[in-house]
Design a binder for this molecule. Structure first.
Ligand code: 3H9
Length: 689
């Protein structure tokens, strides 16, 4: 017996209960007593059957991720699983909450699995840059078939109890009294007697004839892996389950696991796992939370509508305000249409659509916002307009309501100062489409009250967003660094690179798309308008816009999109335009390498990140990583820009920035003191706080 594993008896059924809050991870202090308990119950003649259950909010959610990368203390999970699977008495896993990773693998080594109706089961190791290393890749296909297992293991997405039952992963689902029912299940099995087949010996779902179809699916998945090793290894391991004897497949899984767990990609993804959770922590003890029952959104355009949907998707009633009845109807119709697309795609049921639409209340009257606990404005991006809206909110909002601006660039302190309650004002910078994109920059203004901040951080997690708290500056963390990344794009074109060459350097790095493809997708006119408003120019992008080439929506931008195609085709006209502009400026074209493209775009991005840390706009380097991975598609396998800087070598980055600064004299390459200091200390740690 230990504090973490206890055994109780119900007649001849022994219940092993794991209690390791918060998620019952299989830490060393759990594994040791768990092994002892299983060995002793195995040998105890009084015990006829064993149930494995968990205390608290969940079944085992996996191995203890904090132990990876350190010498593993014995017994390892695999040894426990081997003992459990060899027990001849009936063994039953009673699953509630989430059975994930090593948790599901533990359950897979029982004869039977029973689940609570709300349970979720999955092998999410791929999201940590790993593959299931406790036999999951070899046992799961034996229960659900190789194709289903491939989908589950390569996506890492858990399935619900009903789906698990239909797939053969669990044997029974109960609405209540899970442990009691698991005990009675185990008792019945013991009474029936006979030999209980361990999962390793079940072969009926494995059909070598399915291999060609399996390989086709695996090849499709490999194409989407974008340089990530784990999804490929997952597919290989599941294939081994079909082609190799059990023990050989298990040994191959181990080899692949060890390779991944020691690699940079998994280190990067584990870093991101903890970084996301760290980002949601607000300093300050026992901060109270404000009540959020109803949310107001001002503006039913693309952004406002998306924000309203994000809250409704999280179950919150939303009051949506527009200036005219017509604009309101248009906005609500778009929301309706967006949900209809989800229904058509099969990702939302008709019933769920009806429920979500039922959460919306449209209005054109500010007084209707009086019962809202949080009001988010998504109106035109102009200070005067924002101030007017906040003035009106100040007059109607109830005391203590949180007032948020969705500005992407403007000074939230100035907006807050235009109200009588700056402590209740903050920024909620959603990314477009707001109902889809996970990142939410939460802007803490000078006077924002800590409890208001803590409330929105918690709310953000509740609606499935990834919140990161940032300070006030132009563009906050994400857009400010994006500007640094894009600063050299035009120069690279003028010096001889083509848009597709630059974009390829980005996709080879692991980005989903390069900057020019992204510009074409978002619309080049947006940047053009912004530049004009700020008195700035960009020779090539401006010239394209002057020709009406706004990107995909006009069929032409940096690329050609013929006949409505979304696939960018290089355009000789654009290349000629670039050469002409270069000639005008007297720049002779030269060959530009992929390394140079990365140096001149991503190194300034990191330098800007360091400035953001210096200015305390971000509290931690890892917050910046969370912003870039979730909002801008920085490759997860590289852990975000600040983590990647460590992999690349900060000293190398500093040396190359110095080189470019010397060559060009451009401010964008001037190394900030913090980055230089980092090159010496070799770590961001301890620098930002
Ligand atoms: C694995 O199993 C490998 C095996 O195949 C092979 C082995 C040989 N370890 O997310 P939350 C912490 S790989 C350590 O906010 P929620 C987390 O950091 C593992 N710590 O809660 C946080 O700490 P803090 C496969 C963990 O309710 C606290 O618990 N499994 C672990 O929103 C609360 O977490 C996974 O990948 C862990 N495994 O969500 C599952 N999990 O409070 C990973 C959590 O100090 N976990 N913590 O910030 C999850 O997906 C979510 O935590 C879960 C709960 C859905 C369970």
């Amino acid at each position: 017996m230990s504090n973490f594993v206890s055994v109780t008896r119900d007649g001849g059924v022994a219940v092993v209960s794991i209690d390791n809050p918060p998620v019952n991870a299989l830490s060393f202090h759990v594994r040791e007593p768990l092994m002892q308990a299983l060995v002793s119950l195995r040998d105890d003649p009084e015990v006829a059957a064993i149930v494995i259950a968990c205390a608290g909010r969940t079944f085992v959610a996996g191995a203890d991720i904090t132990e990876f990368g350190k010498p593993m203390q014995q017994p390892e999970l695999r040894a426990i699983i081997a003992v459990l699977e060899a027990i001849a008495k009936p063994t039953v896993a009673a699953i509630h909450g989430t059975a994930l990773g090593g948790g599901l693998e533990l359950a897979l080594s029982c004869h039977v699995r029973v689940a609570d109706a709300g349970a979720k089961l999955g092998l999410p190791e791929v999201k940590l840059g790993l593959l299931p290393g406790g036999g999951g890749t070899v046992r799961l296909p034996r229960l659900v078939g190789a194709e289903k297992a491939l989908g589950m293991i390569v996506s890492g997405t858990p399935i619900g109890a009903a789906e698990a039952l239909a797939a053969g992963l669990v044997d029974a689902v109960f609405d209540s009294d899970l442990t009691a029912k698991a005990i009675s299940f185990a008792r019945d099995m013991a009474a029936k007697g006979g030999r209980f087949t361990p999962v390793r010996d079940r072969l009926d779902r494995l059909d070598p004839a399915e291999l060609p179809e399996f390989d086709k699916q695996a090849a499709e998945l490999a194409k989407k892996a974008r340089g990530l090793e784990a999804p490929i290894a997952c597919a290989q391991a599941v294939r081994n389950a079909i082609t190799l004897p059990f023990d050989e497949a298990l040994a191959a899984e181990r080899t692949l696991f060890l390779k991944l767990v020691g690699g940079d990609q998994s280190r990067a993804q584990r870093h991101l796992f903890f970084a996301e959770r760290e980002a949601a922590k607000i300093p300050g003890k026992d901060l109270s939370r404000r009540k959020i029952a109803r949310i107001g959104v001002i503006g039913a355009g693309t952004m406002g509508g998306g924000i309203a949907m994000a809250f409704a998707n999280g179950g919150y009633p939303v009051t949506l305000l527009e200036t005219s009845g017509e604009a309101l109807q248009r906005g609500l119709a778009t929301i309706d249409k967006n949900y209809a697309v989800s229904v058509a795609r099969g990702s939302l049921s008709e019933e769920a659509k009806r429920q979500r639409l039922g959460l919306f209340k449209g209005t054109t009257d500010y007084n209707d916002l009086a019962d809202c606990d949080l009001i988010v404005e998504a109106v035109f991006e102009e200070m005067a307009v924002k101030k007017e809206v906040f003035g009106r909110l100040d007059a109607v909002a109830r005391p203590g309501a949180i007032l948020a601006t969705n500005t992407s660039y403007l000074d939230v302190n100035e907006i807050a100062a235009s109200t009588s309650r700056p402590q209740d004002v903050l920024g909620l910078h959603f990314f477009s489409p707001a109902n889809v994109m996970k990142l939410l920059e939460i802007v803490r203004a000078e006077k924002t009250a800590p409890d208001a901040l803590a409330t929105v951080v918690e709310l953000a997690r509740r609606i499935g967003k990834v919140p990161v708290v940032v300070g006030v500056c132009h563009g906050f963390v994400g857009n400010r660094m994006l500007a640094a990344r894009g600063a050299e794009s035009e120069a690279l074109l003028l010096e001889g690179a083509t848009p597709s060459q630059i974009d390829r350097a980005f996709t080879d790095f692991g980005w989903p798309m390069g900057p020019f493809q992204m510009g074409d997708l978002a619309g080049l006119d947006i940047g053009w308008r912004n530049r004009k408003a700020r008195g700035q120019t960009a020779a090539i992008a401006d010239a394209l816009c002057e020709q009406g080439r706004f990107g995909q929506k006009t069929g032409r931008g940096f690329y050609l999109y013929e006949n409505g195609s979304r696939v960018p085709a290089p355009d000789p006209d654009v290349e000629a335009l670039i050469r002409a502009k270069a000639a005008e400026k007297g720049i002779a074209p030269r060959t530009i390498s992929a390394d140079e493209i990365i140096e001149r775009t991503l190194y300034p991005l990191i330098n800007e990140g360091a400035k953001i840390l210096e200015e305390k706009i971000s509290a931690r380097a890892s917050d910046i990583d969370v912003v870039w991975v979730n909002g801008y598609g920085f490759p997860v396998g590289k852990g975000g820009p600040m983590f990647w800087a460590g992999l690349e070598g900060v000293d190398k980055i500093v040396a190359r920035l110095d080189h470019w600064h010397e060559q060009t004299g451009k401010e964008i390459f001037r190394v900030t003191p913090l980055l230089r200091q980092m090159a010496v200390s070799g770590s961001w740690e301890g620098v930002a706080s």
